[in-house]
Design a protein around this ligand. Structure first.
Ligand code: CO
Length: 292
């Protein structure tokens, strides 16, 4: 933390509020895009946030068949249901409710993400986190953590914090390692009337997405409602209170402050690099080769 001794932490104010827009991606999967829309193109280093929640099989059964990525990390967090992942670097696995898949596309990966269920609720998030220019062409990597590996902090007031990445004020630390943007990724359940305080680095971009319930921000009268994302202004801590029992994602990371060039599944620094990605994909450069 960068708070100097004897200085009161500055509580971040709510800066913007967004509800995203409905999109269909993969093979007809219905989702809501929160980051990566005309309204909120990106929140450096976050390039995209999708949320999906449906108990209607036709909304998700098509899944995301084989498709490529280059230049960033894709983080999938499931709240309900089951997804099977397979990629060209040889990684495969099934994520279940409470589990996380943290995929570093690096120089190139082709993967599929398919529902491992034909009915029932499928609910979760996919977040894209940018890589710095120096790491965009690194070897692909993959971290997967089932629910029982996620660090859980339970407080006497009934608060439960599931820590995927980063550390709570009490020092509970999540299993994900990322030195590029030092992300914080927490799933917080807050009983009605309780307060959640979290220190953040002054440089970080910070957002909260409310899954259920409603939060009020700091000492203001401003609220973040169900299925809304709040982006925070400057400061070194975030304080929210549950107006009603709430569950939300708390996410923060250090911005890269680098130029961003997007081309669908490829996110690079220049347009030429994006065109090169399309060319490399066409030339089958994303397929793992022996000894590579
Ligand atoms: Co993908």
């Amino acid at each position: 933390m960068q708070t100097s001794a004897n200085m009161e932490p500055i509580t971040r104010a709510l800066q913007t509020l967004t509800s995203g827009q409905p999109v269909s991606d993969g093979d007809g999967v219905k989702m809501t895009r929160i980051i990566g829309t005309p309204e909120l193109n990106m929140l450096d280093p976050f390039l995209l946030l999708d949320t999906f929640e449906s108990d209607q099989a036709q909304d998700y059964i098509g899944g995301f068949p084989d498709h490529p990525h280059r230049g960033f990390e894709a983080v999938t967090y499931l709240l309900a249901g089951c997804m099977r992942h397979k990629d060209s670097a040889g990684h495969a696995g099934v994520i279940e409710a409470g589990g996380v898949q943290w995929m570093t596309a690096g120089r190139g990966i082709i993967h599929s993400e398919m529902p491992e269920q034909t009915d029932g609720l499928l609910q979760g998030f996919q977040l894209w986190i940018n890589l710095p220019a120096s790491k965009k062409m690194q070897a692909p990597a993959y971290q997967e953590f089932p629910a029982n590996i996620i660090a859980v902090e339970q407080l006497e007031n009934g608060t439960e914090i599931r820590v995927i990445a980063g550390s709570t004020n009490n020092g509970t630390t999540g299993p994900v390692i990322n030195h590029h943007t030092n992300p914080v990724y927490m799933d917080v359940s807050l009983p009605k009337g309780q307060r959640f305080e979290q220190a953040v680095d002054t440089d970080d971009n910070v957002f909260i997405f409310v899954i259920t319930g409603e939060l009020s921000v700091g000492d203001s009268m401003r609220n973040i409602g169900r299925h809304q994302m709040g982006v925070f202004g400057e400061g070194d801590q975030v304080v929210v209170t549950a107006n009603e029992a709430a569950r939300f994602l708390f996410v923060a990371a250090r911005p890269l402050n680098e130029p961003v060039a997007r081309g669908g599944p490829f996110v690079m620094n220049t347009k030429a690099e994006v065109l090169q990605a399309f060319e490399d994909f066409k030339q089958n450069q994303f397929i793992k080769r022996t000894g590579n």
